[in-house]
Design a protein around this ligand. Structure first.
Ligand code: CU
Length: 413
C-alpha cells in the first residue's frame, strides 16, 4: 500500500513539474515548416545566394529590403513543375509585413513571371512593417504545379504598435486613401447584412419541427404539405429582396465609383537574367558519400581550373545552407546563423589551383544543419541526388562559381 502511495505522490510531483515547465516555457510556433519541405526540392530547384536583409529590427511603418540572386537549377527535378508560372513571394507568418514592391531583373513584378531553367536572376523585395513581433522572414518562389519553394529565413524584429500602421496610396484618379482602413465600414456592413439575411432565412425554416417529423411526412408521401402557400410567399419575398438589394447596391456603387479597372493578372515574360560568365572551373563529382553518424558529406571532386588566375574552393552552398572554408571566405552579410557553417568545409589540398591545372581533392561539408534542416533525408529518396553551388576565390578576391549535381550514397558506419 505504501509503495503505491509513494508512486502516486512521485508521479503527481512529476506531473506538476511538467505542467509548471510547460507554463513557464511556452515557445510560440513561429517556423513555417521550412525544414519539412522535401530536401531534394530545396537542393535542386532554386538556389538563393548573395542575400541581404537591409535591417534586423524596424519600427512599424519602416521598410526592409531583401536583395539577392537566385539560380534556377539546371537539374530541376522532373517531379516538380518548371517555373513557367512563378511568383516571387515572401514567406512570413501572415501579413506581419506588407510587400510594397518586388523586382526580378530590375523589372517590377507584381504578377507571375516565366523563368528559364539554367538562368540566374537578381531580385529585390521591399517590405513595410505592420505587426510588432519577432518574425522569420524567408524569400520564396511560388511555382504553379511545384508549390512554394522556400529560401533562407532570417529573424526580423518589428517594434511599435500596429495601430500606427498606415498604407497610404494615391489612386489613378488622384484620391489619397489608406489601404489599411479604406472602406472598412462598408465591408463590415455588407458582411453583416448578408449574414443576417441568411440567418433569417435559416431561422424561418428551422423554427418548426425538423428532421424526424418531416422525414416521416416525406416517407408517407405527403412531402407537398410541408411547404405551405405562406412559405412560398415568404420565399418569393426573400428572392425578390435579394435581387433588389444587389441591383440597387450595384448601381449605387457604379455611380459612386465610375472609374474602375480590373485586377491585373497574366504572366510577365522576358525577364532579363544576369549575364553569368562561363564556368571557369570544371568540376566532376567522382563520388559523394553522406556519413550519417558524422553528419558530414564527403565528396571527391576533380577540379579543372580553366580560368586565368589560381583559385581556392571557399564555399559549398546547398538548400540555403552555406558550408564555408574559413581560410578562404567569410560571411559579413549577417546571414542566418543556423544556415551558416562558418568552418564547415574542409578541402584535402586547398593550395591554389593554378590556371590549367586539374586536381582531385577530397572535400568534406559537415555541420549539424544536415540533420537540423533535414537535408540528409535525401538518402531515403528513390532518386538520392544532391546539388549545390561551389564558389571559388582567387587571390584578388574575385569569385567564380560552378553548380554540381550528383548521386549521394549514404554510409551508416
Ligand atoms: Cu521560417
Amino acid at each position: 500500500m505504501k509503495i503505491i502511495k509513494d508512486r502516486i505522490a512521485k508521479w503527481s510531483a512529476v506531473g506538476l513539474l511538467i505542467a509548471l515547465a510547460a507554463s513557464v516555457y511556452a515557445p510560440t510556433a513561429s517556423a513555417h515548416g521550412e525544414k519539412s519541405q522535401a530536401a531534394f526540392m530545396r537542393m535542386r530547384t532554386i538556389h538563393w545566394y548573395d542575400l541581404k536583409w537591409s535591417k534586423e529590427a524596424v519600427n512599424v511603418n519602416e521598410e526592409v529590403e531583401i536583395t539577392g540572386k537566385f539560380h534556377v537549377f539546371e537539374g530541376w527535378p522532373e517531379t516538380v513543375a518548371e517555373p513557367d508560372d512563378a511568383f516571387l513571394n515572401i514567406g512570413i507568418p501572415g501579413p506581419v509585413f506588407i510587400r510594397k514592391e518586388s523586382y526580378i531583373g530590375g523589372q517590377l513584378v507584381p504578377r507571375s513571371v516565366r523563368l528559364e531553367v539554367g538562368n540566374t536572376y537578381d531580385f529585390r523585395v521591399v517590405l513595410k512593417a505592420r505587426r510588432p513581433g519577432d518574425w522569420h522572414v524567408h524569400t520564396m518562389l511560388s511555382v504553379q504545379g511545384g508549390g512554394p519553394i522556400i529560401g533562407p529565413g532570417k529573424w526580423i524584429t518589428i517594434n511599435g504598435s500596429m495601430r500606427d500602421f498606415t498604407n497610404p496610396l494615391t489612386t489613378l484618379t488622384g484620391q489619397v486613401i489608406d489601404l489599411e482602413t479604406y472602406n472598412l465600414d462598408n465591408t463590415y456592413f455588407w458582411h453583416s447584412l448578408w449574414y443576417a439575411f441568411g440567418l433569417a432565412w435559416l431561422l424561418y425554416w428551422v423554427r418548426r419541427p425538423i428532421w424526424l417529423p418531416r422525414w416521416l411526412m416525406v416517407k408517407a408521401g405527403r412531402a407537398d404539405e410541408l411547404v405551405s402557400a405562406g412559405d412560398r410567399k415568404v420565399a418569393l419575398g426573400f428572392g425578390a429582396a435579394t435581387i433588389l438589394i444587389v441591383v440597387f447596391a450595384m448601381s449605387s456603387a457604379n455611380s459612386q465609383y465610375p472609374v474602375t479597372i480590373p485586377l491585373q493578372a497574366g504572366t510577365v515574360r522576358g525577364i532579363q537574367p544576369i549575364a553569368m560568365p562561363k564556368h571557369t572551373q570544371k568540376v566532376k563529382v567522382e563520388d559523394a558519400v553522406y556519413r550519417v553518424p558524422g553528419r558530414s558529406m564527403n565528396m571527391t571532386l576533380t577540379i579543372t581550373n580553366s580560368g586565368s588566375s589560381a583559385v581556392r574552393l571557399g564555399e559549398f552552398y546547398t538548400a540555403s545552407v552555406r558550408f564555408m572554408n574559413a581560410e578562404v571566405a567569410k560571411d559579413d552579410t549577417g546571414y542566418p546563423e543556423d544556415l551558416l557553417a562558418e568552418d564547415g568545409l574542409t578541402v584535402s589540398d586547398n593550395s591554389p589551383i593554378a590556371p590549367g591545372e586539374t586536381r582531385t581533392v577530397k572535400v568534406t561539408a559537415s555541420d549539424a544543419a544536415w540533420e537540423v534542416y533535414r537535408l540528409s533525408d535525401i538518402i531515403y529518396d528513390p532518386d538520392s541526388r544532391f546539388a549545390g553551388i561551389l564558389f571559388f576565390w582567387d587571390a584578388a578576391g574575385n569569385r567564380t562559381q560552378t553548380t554540381i549535381d550528383a548521386p549521394l550514397i549514404p554510409s551508416f558506419m
